[in-house]
Ligand binder design. Sequence first.
Ligand SMILES: Cc1cc2nc3c(=O)[nH]c(=O)nc-3n(C[C@H](O)[C@H](O)[C@H](O)COP(=O)(O)OP(=O)(O)OC[C@H]3O[C@@H](n4cnc5c(N)ncnc54)[C@H](O)[C@@H]3O)c2cc1C
Length: 379
Amino acid sequence: MNAVNASAVKKVLIVGGGIGGLCAAIALRRKGIAVDLIELKAEWTVYGVGIIQQSNVVREMAKLGVLDGYLDAAYAFEDVAIYGPGGQLLARIPGQRLAGPEYPANVGISRLALHNVLCNTALELGAKVRLGLSVETLTEQADSVSALFTDGSSGDYDLVVGADGLYSKVRSLVFGDKYTPRFTGQAVWRYNFPRAPQIDHLANFQSAEGNAGLVPLAGDLMYLFLTSHEPDNPWMDTATLAEQMRVRLQGFTGLIGELREQITDSAQVVYKPMEVVFVNEPWYRGRVLLIGDAAHATTPHLGQGAGMAIEDAVVLSEELTAGGDIAQQLQRFMARRFERCKYISESSVLAGDKEMAHDREFDRIGLVKQMLARTAEPI
Ligand SMILES: Cc1cc2nc3c(=O)[nH]c(=O)nc-3n(C[C@H](O)[C@H](O)[C@H](O)COP(=O)(O)OP(=O)(O)OC[C@H]3O[C@@H](n4cnc5c(N)ncnc54)[C@H](O)[C@@H]3O)c2cc1C
């Protein structure tokens, strides 16, 4: 490992305490870099349901040194299976144990459990966290960036990392309105259930209307997701969400059909239109860098959005401590991140476009296999 004081970067401001920001805080603190993290939400919570973390993410969690606590809070599984709308098996893709033979290939975890593991680790490692504020302005100085915060306070940093998600304030401070989120035409519906015993793997169910899936999150918990075509991004009456989700699941029989009838509580339905953005040039100017969804938010079709944010965090910490000046460090970061994230962003959007076009020729199984092979490659 590089000596800490070989780094030109000693103090970093992270804007945003989501998955990417927290992983960056952990990775940078482990390299001895001072971290201030600010989060807009005054109450640092995350919404329900869960998240799929595939083998490349498990590998990065090991590098972040959080694997044991993370696995305790998660449901570990091996394979990804793809079924037809009635449950007929189309493909079973074996998992790859990239973190080592003693660790699982894939993980399902509730967002809250993941947040707690990351948040506790970042705080234990000495990241200084402030809640309920944002950045007002960022001003480049000769060898630093001055941040003015919305509470009137200020600070000077060697690097500012914008990890503030799809509607990133940092992105707008750096790139103006050049990159704004775009609605893709689809939405995602999610609902928690007690885990069915046979859902000990990630189960994807394809139909002409959309893609449903079951993700194990804990011994007693799984969630169902559904993608649907929602032209013009309609306003949804939240009182009708359960009924609307059931309607959109009509094309499924078998287990998904059985579960459909148990979707009765609209308050438990998590509905989200899909919006994407991709910063199609280096994600930094001077000493201000974007990571995660702020730079490359995509659709959930390949279950890799958070994975890419986590990888960004680890690679950033490696490059900031690998010598050279800040310009060289950020160039090296981009060389390792840009094409990989662009591939995930574009492939995820493509999968959604093909669903909306009802393209039965589209080789989704081939795409998933290709994605797993590419993300298994070293970064
Ligand atoms: C329906 C759906 C399902 C998904 N499923 C998966 C999956 O299974 N697997 C996977 O890998 N990915 C998945 N993703 C993608 C994943 O959720 C995102 O890629 C990931 O959360 C990005 O993390 P982030 O930290 O970059 O951004 P965010 O999670 O959006 O975090 C940004 C943080 O910054 C804060 N913030 C915002 N603005 C400011 C500001 N101005 N100042 C300070 N703080 C601010 C926010 O409050 C938030 O805490 C899914 C996404 C969606 C929409």
